[in-house]
Design a protein around this ligand. Sequence first.
Ligand code: MG
Length: 331
Amino acid sequence: MSYRFSHRIYRLPLQTPLRTAHGWWAEREGILVRLEDESGSVGYGEIAPIPWFGTETMIEAEEICRKFSDMVSDDILDNTPERFGCVRFALGQARERRPANASANRLPVAALLPSGKDGLRVFPEKLEAGFLAFKWKVGVGAVDDELGVLDDLLAQLPAHAKLRLDANGAWSRREAGRWLARCADRPIEFVEQPVAPTEEDTLLGLANDYPVTLALDESVVHLSEARRWQAMGWPGVFVIKPALAGPLNEVCDWIVKTKADVVFSSAIESALGRSAILQAVLAQSLTRRALGFGVAGIFGDRKWDGPFIGPLADASCVAFNPGEDLWNALN
Ligand code: MG
C-alpha cells in the first residue's frame, strides 16, 4: 500500500507547568501526521516525544517527517528505526483502518498526587472525587521528611484504596532499601523506578530482596526494552507509555502473548494519541491495573484535551476520530 503523507507541528502550553527531573515543562510540542491511502481513506497519528525521558527529539522527529516524500509505501514506513518510538506510534495510528469500537469495559484511573506535603493537601480532594488509586511522586525531598508524609497519607487511605509511589530513578540503592523496607506489608501497589535505569543489577536485586512490587518506567521507554527486561526475568510491573513505545498493535500483541503485568500511562499526548490508546486498552483485557491517565484538562483546551477523564475510564473517555478536527486546527 502507498499513502500520501503530510505532517503538521503543534505547540500547546500546559495549563499548569509540570515539574520534571529536568526542570519545568511548560509547553507540549508534537507533530500530527496524515496518511491518505490509495482508496482516499485518511488516517491521523500523533508524535509526542519526551526527549529527556529517552525518546527521539522534536528535531529528529521533524527530520524524519521531512524526509518522507509526499508518497510513502508501507515498506518505507516500516523501516523507521526502532529508537523512533514516537514516530512509529504515530505511523501505526495513522495506518489503522479498523472502525472505532465502543467497548463496554471500564478501568479505574490513578489520581496523581504532587510531591512532598502538597500530596497531603490534594489527597482528600481526589478521594472525594471518587479515585481509589493514587500515585505519589517521591525522591524529591529528604527521605525522612517524605517517609513522614507517607505515614500520614497511608493513615488516610481507605481500606479498599491503593497507593503507588514513583521515585523517577532518584534514589540510591541505600535510600531505596530504606523505602522498600518501610513499604513492606503496607497498601503500596508498587514502587516505580526506585533507582536509575542504568542501575540494572540494583533494580533486579531490589526486586528480589523486598516483598514490595516494583515497576519499571524510565527503563522501558521502548517496547524492545520491556521485552529485554522480561527476558532477564523482571518479576514486577512494566509502566508503558504507548505513545513513546512504538506501534500500538505491537505493544498490545506483546501483552496478550506474554501476559506481561502492565500499567498504561500518559505521555501528555493530546486527545488524538490518547483516544487510540484508551480505545485499544478498553477493547481488550490487557490490564486490571488503574490507568496512569489522571491528567485530564492539561492543555486547558477542550479540543486538544478530549473528553474528561474521571476516576473510571470507559468509552466516554474516548474521542472518536478527533484527527481531522485537530489537523484542521493547525491550518
Ligand atoms: Mg514514572
